[in-house]
Design a protein around this ligand. Structure first.
Ligand SMILES: [Zn+2]
Length: 382
């Protein structure tokens, strides 16, 4: 913010470059970037590559001879439908479901489908602004909400809270990198904000648009519902870090979920996309068909929050690849995402993390916003 760096312009430039220049340039700098699995695009720094150029995960999948497509779990879909159906009109206040809304395709899809299939469900949508929301994400929220025709609230905790959280987590990365530390605790706090809001407004359901992968690998759950005993528990840590170490005051720690301790209402937390288990393309097709999002490609690089480039660069310096890649490689392996475009994106991120092309001014700016230096996060541009 100190300098005049436009994060959206930078992201667009990055994407234009990845699409149009990088496919040629990568051949010239092939020796300076990691080799990648020819099936899923995984970096050799993430997974060992065999002599055929295929990673250990893809080889294992081949050996198992498993079909990459999962069968639909109709029992879980029916169970979820039962819960949502029964919730219609059941709220103790004005709403039956508090739906997390990021302005992205997944949450837009979720809200639309809930409204469509459960017309009696009184929906309140909610966006948590972490102070680092991209302007594109904010604009999406503003543009898509009227099309969904739902009530909405913004939750905006004080800025210093998030600066502290991001500064601490970025300098205390666990083995899962910034995805499993910074992004994870951001998501945990977002859910906690929803839990608190649902408690205050006596809303029986909190509904979140996390993908199946995010639910399984991020939260470690194997069901579309978070276990009630977990929901009742007050939070003491996030991403393995104690809240007491991150925040000095009770006041800040109390912005997190305090569970059933105060005798308050505890909502059920649901992840419908886990049960519906759709392909990325199917969701994209639907939100375009419903005229919620224009057909122009909605890139997560432009729509995600402003810290993403910083997180990617810090990860590359620490691990040799971005911790966000694991999710995409798995989606590619499962046939749910396109390999080449993602591989080019991550290759160029790896390259530019060292050269600083496009991203350096942005990264320096973001570090300054967090009160950090390049040394604090182990970043060194060539
Ligand atoms: Zn692979």
């Amino acid at each position: 913010m100190a300098q005049d760096v436009d994060p959206v312009k930078t992201a667009k430039l990055f994407e234009f470059y990845v699409r149009n220049v990088w496919p040629l340039q990568r051949r010239l700098v092939a020796r300076r970037i990691a080799r990648r699995c020819t099936r899923c695009g995984a970096s050799e720094r993430m997974l060992p590559l065999g002599s055929t150029g295929v990673c250990s995960e893809c080889e294992a999948q081949q050996r198992r001879g498993q079909p990459p497509r999962r069968e639909r779990n109709r029992a879980q879909e029916a169970e979820l439908a039962g819960i949502l159906g029964a919730a219609q009109g059941s709220g103790g206040g004005d709403y039956d479901a508090l739906v997390m809304f990021s302005g992205g395709k997944d949450s837009s899809y979720l809200v639309h489908r809930l409204k469509d299939e459960y017309p009696g469900l009184r929906v309140l949508t909610c966006t948590v602004d972490n102070g680092f929301m991209s302007p594109v994400a904010k604009r999406n929220v503003d543009e898509i909400l009227p099309r969904l025709n739902v009530d909405h609230v913004f939750v905006r905790p004080r800025r210093e809270f998030y600066v502290k959280l991001f500064r601490y987590t970025l300098t205390h990365l666990n083995a899962e990198g910034s995805y499993g530390t910074v992004d994870f605790s951001d998501g945990e706090f977002m859910l906690d904000s929803a839990r608190k809001l649902a408690q205050e407004k006596r809303i029986p359901l909190v509904v979140c648009g996390y993908s199946r992968y995010q639910v399984e690998n991020g939260l470690g759950l194997h069901h579309f519902e978070s276990p009630p005993e977990i929901e009742r528990r007050p939070r003491t840590e996030t991403a393995g870090l104690k809240l007491a170490d991150i925040f000095d005051t009770d006041d800040e720690r109390h912005l997190w979920w305090r569970g059933a301790a105060d005798g308050g209402h505890v909502a059920r937390l649901l992840f419908p996309l886990y049960a519906w288990d759709l392909e990325e393309d199917e969701i994209k097709r639907q939100v375009v068909a419903w005229k919620l999002i224009p057909p122009k490609d909605q890139s997560p690089i432009v729509t995600n929050h402003r810290l993403i480039p910083l997180l990617g660069v810090v990860d590359v310096h620490r691990f040799g690849y971005s911790s966000f890649e694991k999710e995409f490689c798995r989606m590619i392996r499962e046939g749910k995402a396109d390999r080449l475009s993602w591989q080019h994106t991550f290759e160029f991120l790896e390259y530019t993390s060292r050269t600083g092309l496009f991203v350096k001014p942005l990264v320096l700016d973001l570090l300054q916003e967090l009160g950090l230096t390049t040394e604090d996060v182990g970043v060194r541009f060539a």
